[in-house]
Design a binder for this molecule. Structure first.
Ligand SMILES: Cc1cc2nc3c(=O)[nH]c(=O)nc-3n(C[C@H](O)[C@H](O)[C@H](O)COP(=O)(O)OP(=O)(O)OC[C@H]3O[C@@H](n4cnc5c(N)ncnc54)[C@H](O)[C@@H]3O)c2cc1C
Length: 387
């Protein structure tokens, strides 16, 4: 067993670090407080080969592994946490589902633009009454000629206000087996969006309504029976979310470490107080442990999709560890940590969101428990509960 990155991975990490240092370090603070998508960064990353890292070369990607994409997120986050969102959007989310299950025609019409950093695809899954219980979603796809009419409402969609295309989960029939997904352009007829609202992390989301929006057969990604495949693809999204949690926790830790080595109180450096040293020791243990869980899930996935169980374990741990490190870093930095003079408060706000998004901590723990006991535990009331 080797706990080190391979020479190839190390070289890749250094190359991405160099890129981030040259192009992204300046302006990191400004970018973090701008709710606009950083399109300039996306185009720069496209030229650098940092979008579509895991997507096959025949589809315009780099043909790399999930581990490469995780390393890219880590290296970018070191210098500009906000830019790590661009790595996420260009590698981990709905883009990966499109690359895996989309037709050649869909890839030609949408993927190329995404890989050029000129567009973003979002995943519209959550509904007001279907959050953790996502399989309760009601957005319907009703046959109309060769295509479908989409009716329903989606909430909390990251990138929703500016994405050019939405990977929309819709119901073709009853039950889990009836769920599939379609590509809907944001500006299409029958698509309406509400006023943007803001998450704590500074990102905007909107409610999107589909009112008899027509989707031709050419825009169906997965028909009924596609839900399991979608969730397999969604585990890739979860790995990106996991990697950012840990990387942002590490960013906050490193900021606080530098602070503790130069800030004096009572005539001593902060790093000389044992009460703070123990905080650093606990943070370091969490970051190292999280790193191993994240790399296990990513390395075992190689080019394919990561295992649901390893992903759930890594995400549950790293979401909490990342948040705890940001929280402690803020405490160590006192008033300064609570201001917008550094990115610690930004990392704190971002990490808090990932404990809910992409499968909340509780839902992940439910999944882990299923692995432990080798059985499924229905979260629904017994059928005759009201009888
Ligand atoms: C920052 C952010 C970005 C997001 N981006 C997107 C996106 O791009 N696309 C998209 O479709 N959605 C997105 N979401 C929505 C996200 O997927 C949901 O918020 C999440 O699934 C939880 O659903 P909910 O908010 O309805 O909470 P609820 O499902 O109402 O849950 C409320 C609480 O109850 C707990 N809970 C629920 N069921 C159980 C159970 N069985 N056992 C134990 N505890 C339980 C939950 O863990 C949570 O703590 C985003 C959310 C956030 C915060």
């Amino acid at each position: 067993m080797n706990f080190d990155l391979s020479d190839e991975h190390k070289a890749f990490r250094e190359a991405v670090r160099g890129f981030a240092q040259r192009h992204l370090r300046d302006g990191a603070l400004r970018r973090a407080h701008d709710s606009e998508h950083p399109w300039d960064v996306a185009k720069l990353m496209a030229r650098q080969g940092l979008l579509g890292i895991t997507i096959p070369e025949r589809d315009g990607g780099q043909g790399g592994s999930l581990m490469d994409a995780v390393i890219a997120i880590e290296a970018i986050s070191e210098f500009c946490p906000r830019s790590a969102d661009v790595v996420q959007a260009g590698n981990f989310g709905a883009i990966r589902v499109l690359a895996e299950y989309g037709t050649d025609d869909q890839k030609r019409r949408y993927l190329q633009r995404l890989l050029a950093g000129e567009g973003v695809i979002c995943v519209a899954m959550t509904e007001a009454e279907a959050g953790s219980a996502v399989t309760d979603l009601k957005t319907s796809a009703t046959p109309d000629g060769a295509g479908y009419r989409i009716n329903g409402e989606k909430v909390f969609t990251t990138h929703g206000p500016y994405a050019n295309v939405m990977l929309t989960y819709a119901r073709f029939g009853p039950g889990v087996g009836g769920i599939g997904s379609v590509l809907i352009e944001r500006g299409a007829e029958g698509v309406k969006q509400g006023r943007p609202s803001m998450f704590l992390n500074g990102e905007e989301w909107v409610t999107t309504w589909f009112d008899n929006a027509y989707v031709g057969p050419e825009n169906v990604v997965l028909k009924e029976g596609g839900f399991k495949k979608q969730i397999a693809g969604f585990n890739v999204e979860r790995i990106g979310n996991t990697a950012r949690s840990l990387a942002f926790g590490r960013y906050a830790y490193e900021t606080a470490r530098q602070w503790a080595m130069q800030r004096r109180q009572f005539g001593r450096l902060l790093c000389e107080f044992q009460g703070l040293q123990w905080k650093f020791a606990e943070m370091k243990v969490k970051l190292d442990a999280g790193q191993l869980l994240l790399y296990r899930a990513a390395a075992n996935a190689d080019r394919g999709f990561p295992s649901a169980e390893e992903t759930a374990i890594a995400k549950a741990y790293c979401n909490q560890a990342g948040f705890d490190c940001c929280n402690e870093a803020m405490q160590i930095m006192g008033g300064m940590g609570y201001t917008q003079e550094t990115l610690v408060e930004y990392c704190f706000r971002k990490c808090r969101g990932w404990m809910i998004a992409g499968g909340s901590l509780e839902i992940l723990k439910n999944r882990i428990a299923e692995g432990i006991f080798e059985r499924q535990f229905s979260q629904r009331p017994p059928r005759n509960a009201d009888a």
